[in-house]
Design a binder for this molecule. Structure first.
Ligand SMILES: *Cc1c(COP(=O)(O)O)cnc(C)c1O
Length: 295
């Protein structure tokens, strides 16, 4: 278990937009960036002799965690709500992971996972709110430093804000605090947008989007405080635009991503007016393992 379980992903750009760079996180073994953070998190605990993990994500976090636990030889149980797709449950189960379906929404499944961790001492793994995850995610910016140098702007999707924290941590590490940020969410999952507008953390009443990977009702506090150190613009788009951008990306690169990733892709593909000429823009193509058919 010496080598990291994630890969260095390539950066692609198109002939049409030579200044737009896509960080191709779909090429990770779990089809999303989440494996970076999960590798860092599990490795830390595993090295301290903790080999039992519990989580509540039936999405990319749960899938990447299952991948990492299997590779490390750790045991994992995932509690998922009834809304979780059979497609993802099967994917997670196939990695030697016990999945229990509990509750109608993520909050309930998460509560149960927390209870179990208190009782049996398993390590509770948050899908987005843990400094170890952010540190792991920040490795993508280290790679960019070698691949393209400092971007003028980064476009990044926000669910619970773990990816954003990782990106900002990476930018800070390289002294790139001049880099501007555009956060992307769909209208029905605007937890970062609402909080930014209100100047404090807001909890959404409900999630109404097909980009369910972005569906955290409340962002991590750290995402909010770290973003204050950058020139940050929040951007929202419809589900339809997120899906259209994903399919344009597919047409261009033959790479399939979830609408959660399409949200970020919509900026160069559908709203290029948000980008300025000669600005070098890094778009985090965060990926996603869920099948469009099961969303
Ligand atoms: C997890 C995930 C996101 C959102 O990341 P957060 O850390 O929750 O903000 C976006 N896109 C994909 C594909 C993801 O797996």
């Amino acid at each position: 278990m010496v080598n990291p379980l994630y890969i260095q992903t390539p950066v692609y750009s198109s002939k049409e937009h030579p200044n737009v760079f896509y960080k191709m996180e779909s090429f990770q073994p779990t089809q999303s960036f989440k494996v970076r953070g999960m590798d860092a998190l599990c490795r830390f605990h595993f090295n301290q002799g903790r080999t039992k993990f519990i989580a509540s994500s039936g999405g990319n976090a749960g899938y990447s965690l299952a991948y990492v636990c299997q590779k490390m030889g750790a045991s994992l149980k995932v509690i998922v709500p009834e809304t979780t797709s059979k497609y993802m449950i099967d994917k997670i189960t196939s990695l030697n992971t016990e999945v229990e379906v509990y509750g109608d929404a993520w909050d309930e499944a998460n509560k149960k996972a927390l209870e179990i961790s208190k009782k049996d001492g398993s390590v509770f793994v948050s899908p987005f709110d843990d400094p170890l995850l952010w540190k792991g995610h920040s490795s993508m910016i280290d790679e960019c430093a070698k691949q393209i140098g400092r971007p003028d702007k980064v476009v990044v999707s926000v669910g619970g804000g773990g990816l954003l924290c990782g990106v900002l941590e990476g930018l800070k590490k390289h002294g790139w605090t001049e880099t501007k940020i555009i956060t992307t969410e769909t209208y029905g999952a605007a937890s970062f947008y609402q909080s930014w507008k209100a100047g404090k953390i807001i909890s959404l009443n409900e999630i109404t989007t097909i980009a369910n990977t972005l569906g955290a009702k409340k962002i991590a506090k750290k995402a909010f405080s770290m973003a204050k150190g950058f020139e940050t613009q929040t951007f929202l788009m419809s589900d339809e635009d997120a899906v259209t951008a994903s399919s344009l990306f597919y047409d261009e690169f033959r790479v399939r991503v979830e609408p959660a990733c399409g949200a970020a892709l919509s900026v160069p593909y559908l709203f290029p007016e948000l980008l300025y000429e000669n600005e070098r823009v890094l778009v985090i193509a965060c990926g996603g393992a869920n099948s469009p058919g099961s969303l």
